[in-house]
Design a protein around this ligand. Structure first.
Ligand SMILES: Nc1nc2c(ncn2[C@@H]2O[C@H](COP(=O)(O)OP(=O)(O)OP(=O)(O)O)[C@@H](O)[C@H]2O)c(=O)[nH]1
Length: 328
């Protein structure tokens, strides 16, 4: 075996056994189904043997709002996260899911504080990287806790983005890859959903909100790649439906499904014709995972790092100036 191929096979072996870290966060106004989405995602994961028992799972994963005594009990009161070792298409992922308390609708001041808290959490993860980078002896096994993608839940009761959504999105998109999602899409008809998606897209464009778009380098992208990416781009904002707690059987197949039952029929949350969960799941865990991580490190972390270092420099020169002034 040539040295080159020996090297390559060593690195591909390393890649095969390497565990990739992925950290996802959900944010949005109250009661839009953020915890339900996390529960559904968790339910569809292939958690590696023993990891389920080892992981400290939050209680709310096993208690949906429907089974909780009241809505207040089910409400997410503080930000929490949990990590799972999962396998996706043969790749090992250490997946951290971060759930955050729903934003209040009727108190501007409190809302601002809540958004700041969510951003502080995101920035605190950058601080971990920054601290690790500046160590003389770095830990090669240091965890990457940066938030690689943040799902922003949009209320389907509005005709697009509200002023509050716009304000929040502008702040979030400066720090993290934001993926907008339409919550509880089952409450809309097909044409209502299409109109809402269109309105949200126009609002994002009109207000120059840089949510994550699926960039294509036209010079290098092969036609098939471009098609897949353009296709994914067309889903934005992704529509989501989370299942209800009850056991639901698909009358056409007799199989148990994760869905919602209505007088007029059932919704299968894993059916791409009913909502975009499966596409979004694939984008997050598979097709765009690496891109989310690269952009987080190369764009958002770099930006944050520069701001922090500049701030330190300014503080340093103020200190030096004060020292000099005090001496004279
Ligand atoms: N119709 C419908 N109801 C949903 C959907 N997802 C969640 N729900 C219901 O909405 C309510 C709130 O769901 P949660 O998942 O607790 O919402 P949340 O955004 O985490 O709530 P907070 O923590 O209070 O912000 C529950 O009664 C859910 O069953 C959905 O896709 N469609």
């Amino acid at each position: 075996m040539s040295t080159m191929s020996a090297k390559m096979s060593r690195s591909s072996r390393r890649r095969k056994h390497a565990v990739s870290q992925l950290n996802l966060m959900v944010v949005g106004f109250r009661s839009l189904g953020k915890t339900s989405f996390i529960r559904m995602l968790f339910d569809t994961l292939c958690v590696r043997k023993n990891a389920k028992e080892e992981a400290k799972l939050p209680e709310c994963l096993f208690q949906s709002a429907e089974t909780a005594q009241d809505a207040e009990t089910a409400r997410t009161k503080e930000l929490y996260s949990f990590t799972l070792d999962v396998e996706e298409e043969g790749e090992k992922i250490s997946l951290t899911l971060v759930d955050s308390p729903g934003f209040v609708r009727d108190n501007e001041l409190r809302l601002d504080v809540q958004v700041t808290e969510a951003l502080r959490y995101i920035e605190a993860q950058f601080d971990h990287t920054l601290a690790e980078e500046t160590k003389v002896k770095r830990n090669p096994k240091a965890q990457d806790s940066q938030i690689h993608a943040c799902l922003y839940f949009i209320d389907n009761a509005n005709n697009g983005l509200t002023d509050k959504d716009i304000r929040i999105l502008k702040r979030l998109t400066a720090r993290v890859n934001v993926i907008p999602v339409v919550a509880k899409a089952d409450l809309l008809t097909t044409s209502q959903l299409a109109n809402l998606k269109q309105a949200i897209k126009s609002d994002l464009k009109e207000h120059n909100i840089p949510v994550f778009d699926f960039p294509i380098d036209e010079e290098v992208a092969e036609p098939e790649v471009a098609e897949v990416v353009t296709n994914v781009q067309s889903y934005i904002p992704f529509s989501l439906v989370a299942p209800e707690d009850a056991t639901i059987t698909d009358p056409s197949t007799g199989e148990k499904i994760r869905g919602r039952q209505y007088a007029w029929g059932i919704i299968d949350c894993l059916n791409p014709k009913h909502c975009d969960f499966v596409v979004l799941r694939n984008v997050l865990l598979s097709s765009h995972r690496k891109l989310f991580k690269d952009i987080t490190l190369e764009v958002f972390y770099e930006q944050y790092r520069t701001e922090r270092l500049m701030a330190r420099k300014v503080l340093g020169s103020i200190d030096t100036y004060t020292l000099r002034e005090n001496k004279t």
